[in-house]
Design a protein around this ligand. Structure first.
Ligand code: FES
Ligand code: FES
Length: 166
């Protein structure tokens, strides 16, 4: 079957098998390997992307469900102006070690900041509670998100940028 899907502002028309998961469509068919595939059982959150602006675990979504919709992956966070603040926050605050969980953490954190520009530690921990990091103990991830909150707004959502900077 054929689907039309917009990924990181680029539109694709692709032939897929109906059973294909979104995570495999992104990684294997579009070569967007920034989205990681960890557990395949909706536990780890390494596969989180946005589907029409909402974070989803792409191992639990069929690619066909993205037909006619917009997907944003970690490759779509940075702009020509540089890293998204949340990426810079993870860099500044050592929010990653092996980096396997990081794409999902970044997408969830960016979404959180777009909806709550000044989240508390508790709100950050709740937002990432569906995601597992085996390395960091989460402390530096929380610090990284706070760094992003304190330094800038979204680079992917103009409306949120305005809201977050006023
Ligand atoms: S690969 Fe999707 S939640 Fe782990
Ligand atoms: S940095 Fe290794 S799993 Fe999070």
């Amino acid at each position: 079957m054929q689907i039309n899907v917009t990924v990181n502002d680029e539109t694709y028309t692709e032939e897929i098998e109906p059973r294909l998961l979104l995570v495999h469509f992104l990684r294997d068919q579009l070569s967007l390997t920034g989205t990681h595939w960890g557990c395949d059982t909706s536990n780890c959150g390494a596969c989180v992307v946005w589907l029409d602006g909402t974070p989803v675990k792409s191992c639990t979504v069929l690619a066909v469900m993205a037909h006619g919709k917009e997907v944003r992956t970690v490759e779509g966070l940075a702009t020509a102006d540089g890293l998204d603040p949340v990426q810079e926050g993870f860099r500044q605050c050592h929010g990653l070690q092996c980096g396997f969980c990081t794409p999902g953490m970044l997408m969830t954190s960016r979404w959180l900041l777009d909806h709550e520009p000044d989240p508390s530690e508790g709100e950050i921990r709740e937002a990432i509670s569906g995601q597992i990091c085996r390395c960091t103990g989460y402390e530096n991830i929380v610090r990284s998100v706070r760094w992003a909150a304190e330094h800038a707004a979204s680079s992917t959502d103009d409306t949120s940028t305005e809201e977050a900077t006023v």
